[in-house]
Unconditional design. Structure first.
Length: 98
């Protein structure tokens, strides 16, 4: 699977099987389900989850909270668009461990 297939899968009623909770959270966000995306990621304690959590709060407009989560993710809030950051996170997750 690559980012192109992942983006195409947003038209499907369910996320692709076996993608893991991090990508499932981003899949839900990509379909406009912010609440479900946040619900999936909010209790995870790894840096990837913190990055997704930060992105979600940035998208929500809660910049103070977003900056807290960027700090937990060991990242700075980007100047890129939300769409670009979403793609960056998806790409990073696909390329993790390669």
């Amino acid at each position: 699977m690559d980012i192109s297939f992942f983006k195409q899968s947003l038209a499907l009623p369910k996320p692709p099987a076996g993608i893991g909770v991090h990508l499932e959270s981003l899949w839900e966000d990509g379909r406009g389900n912010w609440d479900r995306s946040h619900q999936l990621i909010q209790d995870l304690n790894d840096t990837d989850a913190a990055w997704i959590h930060a992105y979600l709060h940035r998208k929500e407009g809660d910049i103070w909270n977003a900056d807290y989560w960027y700090s937990r993710a060991k990242r700075k809030r980007p100047n890129s668009s939300l769409e670009e950051e979403w793609e960056e996170i998806v790409d990073a997750l696909f390329n993790k461990g390669k």
